[in-house]
Design a binder for this molecule. Structure first.
Ligand code: DQA
Length: 143
């Protein structure tokens, strides 16, 4: 059975309230229930973690390296400038799929750059909450 960890970065805990025109009106808790359900349907185990703090995300990435087969990571704004998260991903051997709810290439210029993309297994951006499900699919079916 595959063990998948979903990591949500900063501000994603406010999903449903935060800029609904961009991120939709589905709540964070509802997204997480759907992710747990989807993993179950696919015969995988799933755990979910959210933090607004860079160091906590790094600690979770490190700790996951022995207990999980893959990680779905929405690093939020850290995507665009956190070399520390990039190095943490590079340091662990399990595949990490980068996901974004919005199409980061169609927004502010600074969002077009992902410093984590080169060390991720792949990236999915712009499919709304489905980006997370596609990320999970990718880890379960293609890894
Ligand atoms: C995001 C895109 C980032 O640019 C932004 O800072 C987020 C959310 C997304 O899921 O679309 O917090 O990662």
């Amino acid at each position: 059975m595959k063990r998948i960890l979903v990591i949500h970065g900063p501000n994603l805990n406010l999903l449903g309230e935060r800029e609904p025109g961009i991120y939709g009106d589905v709540s964070f808790d509802s997204l997480n229930s759907q992710l747990m359900e989807k993993a179950k349907e696919m015969g995988a185990q799933c755990e979910i973690f959210q933090s607004n703090h860079e160091g906590e995300i790094i600690d979770r990435l490190h700790a996951a390296r022995k207990d999980f087969d893959g990680i779905v990571l929405n690093a939020g704004a850290y995507t665009h400038y956190s070399y520390a998260i990039r190095d943490a991903i590079a340091a662990i051997k399990i595949p990490v799929v980068e996901v974004h709810i919005s199409n980061v290439f169609a927004r502010d210029g600074f969002r077009s750059n992902s410093v984590i993309a080169p060390v991720c297994r792949g990236s999915i951006s712009g499919f709304g909450l489905a980006s997370y499900f596609l990320g999970m699919d990718a880890l379960i079916k293609y890894e």
